[in-house]
Design a protein. Structure first.
Lengths: 506, 506
């Protein structure tokens, strides 16, 4: 693979400065690990990290007939509902099929409300085609439907469609907002507060952008709630070495499955107002609330109910997506963000920035439009829609309950209630011997644990170290998405493995 | 909109350093034009710039009954075929509809080859659903189909699916590759050579990433061809102030519509090999070749035919997309890139980087898979597919010819042959008086011209200054996509306007 095409050409004839030669070697690659973007190298993303790569490899080995102590890999590493067998909502897919192939609008087997939605979306597309670029902010009728959805959800607090941006999944919106925020050098560098444990998109995006990650710890003893004193501590420390400008919240929580109380959200808003932090509320699990007494409160609603003192000033961006809730349509990469109190000049820059990528995928936009404008009472698809949605959400609630219950029967595993979202994040006790053996393997202790679990049982979880955790504590994240029969197998195997592992390293 | 919630709190109690207060004012917004990411502010994107915003406004005024000297806005500013009335390929949309709503696999009105493709794609999706995340690199069967397509296209030169990455349109791939490349500070900063005129995604991406844009000028006198001496000049100058590491080529050309000769491509490859530049070949118009004697040569094919001296060493990335050619499916944001001779360690970093965004939109991946694996002779959809594809491509060829012909009848407009792609980029003579009036309006002369054209005729073109051009020359970019009847109207109106404008400012 060496470049041998330069024989006879001296380095000076090629015009290379001496130091460039010594850096890369004159005949080596242009792009090497030493000459690539250093911020990219710092990026980590556990949800698709080494353990998942090994799981894929094991699946391949199984297909090739390699003998293992298990027949299949059960993946509980990623919030990918359809991959775990969850069925899509019929109505959504009917409309998408008609939008893709409008001949189907003449097919009498499709219900009228689905046809109506398909026509409405297509009329809002250039040339009545999903294949045309949309406006960079999104298809007009979807922006309007999102705004009306937000108003309904928030008890009538107004939402201007001009403040809504459709996105390529929530990740894209979060990345775009963080990109707008980053500036400064050294101690003036933008810092962004994120919860620990966190969803690693945040740390990855901050690393990629060269911003400073400011950790605030969720309180595991209080069901992973946010703690005002911890926010204060974290901010105070961060101010010594960077310029903290934003506070990210994931509610309901990923990877920790908590649902924030209204009081807690008010505290956070007051804190952000006082400390002048832009709030980024990742609310993609807004329909995933299972626990008795828990309820989803949008940051926007709470902000506006706190009165103009807050609602006229606090800068807030809220993110939603087609990927979670009862839809689980991750593959379409649909999402939106609503911006509140954004400076108009910054908004103009945001418009420009999103226009460079032309537009979010239009099928994902259409799907987002359906999620916020589903069948209504009296429409032909309503009953079936409600049936499908309820079945999915109640199955998730049941799995959340079961996961907590079974994990808490295992000595050495302690699991908070899975109040919402799609994850449990139990802590695991690891002995000194286990920690030492992990160190010998050059692995974080919970990575060592999860890797062993995978090799022995075929169960793929993500170690807590990929999300961040308090020093000296160990966790894993496990989705509650596998079908009930597999989830039971999974939980039993985790239980048995943990006992075996504990005995081995006691 | 002022934050009034801090009354009574002193700045010191809030912990603000004095300089921070003076920067933003203590009660203002967190995120302002002065405190946002400075690199984002430098981004420009003409294709959706002020002229297009004004066109959208005029359309609104027309709907509201405002009287104008025209009845409709004709947009020739963006390569958006479906928005201009081009019909999608039936086969592609049938398969997408079945993938969206698999019940349709039982519908006897769909042809068997379409069903076969839909089943193949769904089997490669998690949970047999477009709604599952794919692997970050893309759906396995699509990666394989892309590899086979490249092999067919390039006369059997092997393509390893592991070197193929599906993307969210070509823009996403280009951005990702540039992101990998950027490093260094000051004179060591990564420089990237781009053609002038260029497609402004490149300048926008380089601005956003803080890389150095290195301009090389295409030779308008030789039908916008690349010129080796100009490449050398450009590189030599750039080496004084940055570290040039990559050379971007758009072939067939955007905005200039040229098709590169094989000899020229060989020259460029030799230049890149000698000067150690990574090649980025934007080949999204690979099916859009109209002129007699012109042919598309992929950079990869030429590279490999030049022998191992080159094919074993030159780093090349080639980009393709569902958005152009005969498909014009921009809204799906489908695309791929093939990487050749990439350092394995860098490839591992690339894999990590794309995994943070989870995956490209799966419907767009499916569509990319269909584009590279369309109906074959003997399959039921073949004849109709060929008929639709040929009709679109021959209409484009006819429009390319007509555009050149009519524009060249206008004194003061000079238009190179539209050999390929979807654009003409004629030069326009502007008088001193016109240039002075533009300056009084604080506009580039060709922006002034295009804005006047829009206001007087409703025709929306993009000024050459948005793409870059030699100092003292003026151009506009116009797509050849409007339907034939509208294209004729457009060309006649441009002709009349140019004569009027020339007379007025003579």
């Amino acid at each position: 693979m060496l470049n041998v095409s330069h024989s006879g050409l001296s380095a000076s004839r090629l015009g290379y400065a001496k130091e460039k030669m010594s850096e890369n070697g004159p005949w080596g690659k242009v792009l090497t690990i030493d000459t690539m973007n250093p911020t990219v190298k710092k990026v980590e993303y556990a949800v698709r990290g080494p353990i998942v790569q090994r799981a894929v490899q094991i699946e391949k080995e199984l297909r090739e007939g390699v003998k293992k102590p298990f027949a299949e890999v059960i993946k509980a590493n990623i919030g990918d509902a359809h991959a775990m067998g969850q069925q899509p909502i019929t109505f959504f897919r009917q409309v998408l099929a008609m939008c893709s192939y409008p001949e189907l609008l003449n097919d009498s087997s499709f219900p009228e409300d689905a046809k109506h939605r398909a026509r409405r979306i297509l009329q809002s597309c250039g040339g009545s085609s999903l294949g045309a670029y949309s406006a960079s902010q999104g298809i007009d009728c979807v922006l309007q439907d999102v705004a009306r959805y937000i108003e309904r959800r928030d008890g009538g607090i107004p939402c201007n469609p001009e403040n809504v941006y459709l996105t390529t999944g929530a990740s894209d919106g979060i990345m775009t907002m963080l990109k707008l925020l980053v500036c400064g050098e050294d101690e003036g560098r933008t810092g962004v507060m994120i919860s620990i444990p966190q969803y690693p998109l945040y740390s990855a995006a901050l690393a990629e952008l060269g911003a400073v990650q400011i950790n605030y710890y969720l309180n595991e003893d209080k069901c992973w709630s946010m703690d005002l004193s911890e926010l204060k501590r974290s901010l105070k420390e961060a101010r010594r070495h960077c310029n903290p400008r934003a506070l990210c919240i994931i509610n309901p929580g990923n990877p920790t499955g908590q649902v924030q109380s209204r009081d807690c959200i008010e505290d956070v808003i007051r804190f952000a107002a006082k400390e002048r932090l832009l709030l980024m509320a990742d609310e993609v699990y807004q329909d995933n609330v299972y626990a008795e007494g828990c309820e989803f409160h949008s940051f926007k609603k709470v902000l506006f109910e706190m009165g103009p003192e807050y609602s006229d000033s606090v800068e807030l961006v809220s993110f939603h997506s087609t990927s979670k809730c009862y839809m689980g349509e991750c593959g379409f990469r649909g999402g939106y963000m609503e911006i509140i109190n954004m400076d108009p000049e910054v908004k103009a820059q945001l418009n420009k920035l999103v226009s460079v990528r032309l537009c979010p995928p239009v099928p994902g936009q259409a799907l987002m439009g359906l999620v916020v404008n589903p069948p209504q009472p009296g429409e032909p698809s309503y009953i079936n829609f409600i049936k499908e949605r309820s079945a999915t959400l109640s199955a998730l609630a049941e799995k959340a309950r079961l996961t907590e219950e079974i994990l808490n029967t295992v000595p050495g595993i302690s699991c908070n209630p899975v109040q919402g979202a799609m994850y449990s994040f139990p802590s695991i006790s690891l002995s000194k011997a286990a920690i030492e053996e992990a160190a010998e393997n050059d692995q974080a202790p919970d990575m060592f644990y999860c890797m062993r679990l995978l090799e022995e049982t075929g169960i793929c979880l993500v170690p807590g170290s990929g999300f961040g955790q308090k020093d000296g504590t160990y966790h894993f994240r496990m989705t509650i998405l596998p079908p009930m029969d597999k989830l039971k197998v999974l939980l039993t195997k985790v239980k048995e493995f943990h006992q075996r592992f504990t005995n081995q390293y006691s």
